[in-house]
Write a protein that binds this ligand. Structure first.
Ligand code: KE4
Length: 430
């Protein structure tokens, strides 16, 4: 029977659980970190999600980042409506792929050549393989709390031999894979120096979210990214920025432009797809030319460069260049941060609200959070109460304290004011 006749999330979720693991196609959607039943969305417009239960929610998840222009933006929809009349997939080169490559290389200075894939996971996985193929080395360094998609060699936690190997962070990953990944603490350049000393000539790449946002939001300490660049240069190791989330989000050139640190490879996703499945990875031409069919590093994808995805993605990137929304987005991020901190202060609630541009998160912690151990030490119970109060009052925050909130250009001042009022009241109610 068609699910369209079923009207409520509870019923739909029970049906979904019978057919889909956990009832979801991505774990975080199951609300396990906050409890309760996830709502099903019927439609989305501007800053709102409209649920099957007839509720309209101010959306601060923005489909985990892509919806920087809000949902169902007319320009993106128009591009898609035009593209779909020509067909859905060709499996051959198409004009939109060149336009996407022109957009990305123009907006991200470190990227001279770029390849499109279908997800952020594919993008980071390909960066790791390319760094290994280019350097002829095997080991990779990552940082605790940074999430790069479900790549076997990156679902690794710090191991007992912290400076020489990690341990699997998921079932199904062989110890042998974990031995090639070293996990360090973010914002700790000294540990990187020690890891390079312990593994001379063996590190192919250092990969990180330059601004970790999958552990809540953590901002780089002054000089940290520049020091990573210097140490990688010294060691002949590639510096890989995973800007799947921050690319085109914190500015048209991502964190690398804001912090003036040039990685060798960059992984992208989310915003560049305008809501459709797209990832990309790119960097210096002399590195990218190691990819098949020109070079020995294999990488491929049936739907890579799909014409619908590039139509939506190009519209999204064109809009960013035409409207330059970043100052407005920063002002709205700051407004929420200030309102929430004022309410928490009035109540004597220890709260940190790291914020950069249209990204912010909540740590119920006395001290600013600078790395993963500090993030996991923050009070999660308070976040759960905040989440549910907000949801009940029409504001949808990410269903985990280890995620980041996003604001779109569709979150006009009246919407921001309304959300601030709900968040202030939520903090009073905690
Ligand atoms: P995807 O494979 O989900 O497109 O991208 C993986 C990825 C890579 N790098 C960074 C920095 C990311 O944030 C992500 C995915 N982000 C999560 C949100 N925390 C996606 C949401 C989900 O997993 O359902």
């Amino acid at each position: 029977m068609s699910t369209s006749v079923t009207t409520d999330s509870q019923t739909l979720f029970e049906k979904a659980r019978k057919l889909i693991p956990g009832g979801v196609n991505s774990p975080v959607r199951a609300f396990r970190s906050v409890g309760g039943t996830p709502f099903f969305t019927e439609s989305a417009n501007g800053p709102y999600l409209h649920t099957v239960d007839g509720k309209s929610l101010i959306d601060f998840v923005c489909t985990w980042g892509p919806a920087i222009h809000g949902h169902n933006h007319p320009d993106i929809r128009a591009n898609l409506e035009t593209a779909i009349k020509r067909g859905t997939s060709f499996g051959t080169p198409s004009r939109g792929e060149i336009e996407m490559a022109e957009n990305i290389t123009r907006m991200v200075p470190s990227i001279e050549k770029v390849r499109l894939v279908n997800s952020g996971t594919e993008a980071t996985m390909s960066c790791v393989r390319l760094s290994r193929g280019y350097t002829g080395r095997d080991k990779i360094i990552k940082f605790a709390g940074c999430y790069h998609g479900h790549v076997d060699s990156l679902l690794i936690a710090a191991g007992s031999g912290a400076l020489t190997h990690g341990r699997p962070d998921s079932a199904g990953i062989p110890e042998s894979f974990a031995r090639e990944t070293i996990v360090l603490d973010y914002n700790d350049p000294e540990s990187l120096r020690r890891a390079f000393e312990a593994n001379p000539g063996e590190i192919a790449g250092v990969i990180l979210e330059p601004c970790p946002a999958n552990v809540g939001l953590i901002l780089p300490e002054p000089g940290f990214l520049a020091e990573l660049r210097r140490l990688c240069d010294e060691a002949g190791t590639l510096l890989i920025f995973d800007e799947v989330m921050t690319g085109f989000r914190v500015g048209s050139g991502g964190v690398q432009e804001a912090e003036k640190v040039r990685p060798d490879l960059t992984a992208l996703g989310k915003i560049i797809g305008g809501g459709l499945p797209v990832g990309a990875f790119g960097g210096r031409a002399r590195i990218m030319d190691h990819l098949a069919p020109d070079g020995p590093v294999y990488q491929a994808g049936t739907l890579s460069g799909n014409p619908l995805a590039t139509a939506a993605g190009n519209a999204s990137l064109d809009l960013l260049r035409e409207t330059d929304p970043y100052r407005r987005l920063e002002a709205r991020g700051r407004a929420i941060k200030d309102a929430v901190l004022e309410a928490a202060g009035a109540k004597g609630l220890p709260l940190q609200v790291p914020q950069t541009g249209s990204m912010f998160s909540f740590f119920f912690s006395e001290e600013p959070v600078k790395n993963y151990p500090q993030a996991v030490a923050a009070d999660r119970g308070h976040f759960v109460k905040l989440f549910h109060y907000a949801l009940e009052h029409g504001v949808y925050l990410p269903p985990s304290p280890f995620e980041t909130c996003f604001i779109s250009t569709a979150h006009e001042d009246d919407v921001i004011d309304q959300a601030c009022e709900v968040l202030r009241n939520a903090l009073k109610a905690i």
